[in-house]
Design a protein around this ligand. Sequence first.
Ligand SMILES: Nc1nc2c(ncn2[C@@H]2O[C@H](COP(=O)(O)OP(=O)(O)O)[C@@H](O)[C@H]2O)c(=O)[nH]1
Ligand SMILES: [Mg+2]
Length: 351
Amino acid sequence: MQVKKYRAGTIKEATAMVKEVLGHDAMIISTKKIKGDGKHGLFEVTAIPPGSDISSGHSDPFVNVKSELMSIKEMLYLLNHSGSFSEKLLLTPGVLNIYSRMIKNGINEHYARLFLQRTGVFNGNSDNGMNNVKEKVSKEIKQVIKTKDPFKAGENRPIIAAFIGTTGVGKTTTIAKLAAQLMLKFGKKVGLISIDAYRIGAMEQLNTYANILGIPCFKAFKKKDLLFALKKMEGKNVVLIDTAGQSQYDMSRIEELKRMMPGDMNINTHLLLSVATTESEMNKAAVNFSALKYNSYIFTKTDETERWGSIINQVMKLNLPISYITNGQKVPEDIEQADKAKILNLLLSKD
Ligand SMILES: Nc1nc2c(ncn2[C@@H]2O[C@H](COP(=O)(O)OP(=O)(O)O)[C@@H](O)[C@H]2O)c(=O)[nH]1
Ligand SMILES: [Mg+2]
């Protein structure tokens, strides 16, 4: 096998040389600093041409590093997304791969670095092999994820849950999934209420689900309708409140909703965010809906993307528990309780 070494003043330059000579699909075997102190150092990138067989019997030493190999394309992507941090990153064994997984899975660069820094891998006195770094990062991320089952306690009063979020995020579908599962799996008595302050007629969809399940469904246009509906639900274990017609940009509607469900009504509010949207859209929704004091996140449409990192980005901004994850259009099966191990696995296991 042909192993080539390229040297330059920065890793980025050395990587660009590899790309120039061996092409986009060459693989990087290692990166190291060979002399100097940062700015005036000399860096060496070792690479092999595309298509090299690295797993054949006589090249055993490479089998161990195979999982840490990176293509030039990935390396350049990474260098462009890590700025001055990149050299530190590339020179700490094992760290690079985990960092690149985090970035590729959509974790914001700033948080990815923070997690790595928190592990202490840059202090350089412990075993920083890939698996070890992965384990340490997992531990850090695990500490920031909180989960919660909002329907656990079987109280004598109904548990009232309202679902808020941008139009199309999946509120009505999620309520249908939950209503069916709470009834069929857990034997709960469930009632539905649809709040629609602007009478845009979004009630039909919820009503259809209520009819299929044979459970009551009330509509409320004003606070007094809501109080009346809640009174009718006194024998229920769970009341799920759908909200219609709120765009995250329409603050007056959000305010209207707030007047209908003031803080003293003992309603648990869940904010739905679609993982398929951009981080900034998600952020905007989270900020604008904060007038409603939600107390858990439900992340929807995880089936439409592999970039689960936005879940972490959101949790880092406002550390609320995650109650559910929805992963498809099918009612009632495409929903699951948030599970830390599963979220972590999706963030760190994929290359
Ligand atoms: N792929 C996917 N689609 C979903 C998911 N949840 C809801 N949807 C779809 O998103 C669209 C809007 O859902 P809806 O519940 O009406 O949103 P609402 O406006 O917030 O009530 C519908 O086509 C749903 O089938 C999900 O987890 N994954
Ligand atoms: Mg709806």
